[in-house]
Design a binder for this molecule. Structure first.
Ligand code: SF4
Length: 349
């Protein structure tokens, strides 16, 4: 897996002009990700204040690829998907981790780093997948299906992980479910990902009884194969790259399917004329900026949870964290959830 990148050459102090030069090419995502000089004049002082506060407080900012480009390119120390950021959090020597993403990811960072202070600046930090099932509901399902191995996607709360046997990410879900030495699997919470796993196993001639709960990512479920077919009529040599949280017909019509980090690697490693990324807008914005010679087309969908992270929220959290900014996971829940996460590492190293 490709690791999330560190913004090694990033400026820590910006003028309006240098910020505008950094962000002016971003166009994907409509007005939320359009950076005018006037907008950059508002943002640059906040970015500079955050970078100063970071140094004073020995803090590190971890950002998911789906948050706003001003966070990614202005203040983030590391950018990646949930798994990469959890690993970065574990490696960090900082006293404080500011996690700009959604709550289940910050919880995972806290579970892996119980001695570090983890702060979460967004209060609107849900996730349609993580919120679709509770730990109590998983415990009820376990009582009904005692002979099944319970597998949870990393997009789950700590409480759900604490009630499951093995955690998976979008980059290792196929491999781990294939290797689990039990033909009876209960997968939570992503119905679409479960169907894609079933299809993948069937293609490989592997039979497993896979039950699943009914959650979806509200961003990825909006895509359909008609959109792909339409864009293919408009653009020649269009490489369609999808995330496994997308519906089955999208997966079948795609040229490549992979986790966020695998999608990035595919774009970087291939030399296609154009790319259509079926995932949250932030990934296209990020890749457009980092690879200006590659062309990205098509519509994208914003995640309201990820985009609720803001520079002002980060600054205020760093300056004076409120009790609701501090991420805590009860000790017993954290211990069981860690067993579930470590079970994943036993499969993938
Ligand atoms: S993009 Fe989907 S899975 Fe990711 S945080 Fe948003 S709702 Fe959750």
């Amino acid at each position: 897996m490709q690791l999330g990148f560190m913004m090694a050459t990033k400026l820590t102090q910006f003028s309006t002009e240098s910020l505008f030069e950094t962000l002016k090419h971003i166009k994907i995502g409509g007005t939320t990700c359009l950076y005018t000089k006037e907008r950059c004049a508002e943002l640059a002082p906040i970015i500079n204040e955050i970078n100063q506060l970071k140094a004073e407080k020995n803090a590190v900012i971890l950002a998911h690829s789906y948050v706003s480009p001003d966070i990614i390119h202005g203040v983030a120390d590391h950018v990646g998907d949930s798994y990469e950021l959890a690993k970065r959090a574990k490696e960090s020597a900082a006293d404080t981790i500011v996690f700009t993403a959604v709550k289940f990811m910050a919880e995972t960072a806290k579970i892996l780093n119980p001695d570090k202070r983890v702060l979460m600046p967004s209060q609107f930090n849900g996730c349609s997948l993580a919120d679709s099932i509770t730990g109590e509901q998983v415990a009820t399902l376990r009582a009904i299906h005692p002979d099944h191995t319970f597998v949870c996607y990393i997009n789950t709360t700590a409480d759900v992980k604490a009630n499951c046997d093995v955690c998976v990410t979008s980059s290792n879900v196929y491999k781990i479910i294939e290797e689990i030495p039990n033909d009876k699997i209960y997968f939570v919470p992503d119905r679409l990902m479960a169907k894609n796993v079933i299809r993948h196993l069937e293609e490989r001639g592997i039979k497993k009884d896979i039950k699943y709960s009914d959650g979806t990512c509200y961003v990825h479920e909006t895509y359909d194969a008609d959109m792909i077919h339409y864009l293919k009529t408009q653009y020649d040599e269009l490489e369609v790259v999808s995330h496994p949280e997308c519906p089955e017909d999208v997966i079948a019509a795609s040229d490549y399917v992979g986790s966020t980090s695998q999608m990035i690697k595919h774009v970087v490693d291939t030399d296609k004329k154009r790319y259509f990324l079926l995932t949250e807008c932030g990934l296209s914005s990020r890749l457009q900026l980092e690879h200006p010679k590659k062309e990205f087309v098509g519509s994208c969908t914003m995640c309201k949870y990820m985009k609720s992270n803001s520079l002002i929220g980060i600054r205020d959290t760093l300056k004076s964290p409120q009790p609701h900014d501090i991420v805590n996971v009860p000790e017993d829940t954290a211990k069981k959830a860690l067993d579930c996460i470590n079970a994943m590492f036993s499969y993938v190293g």
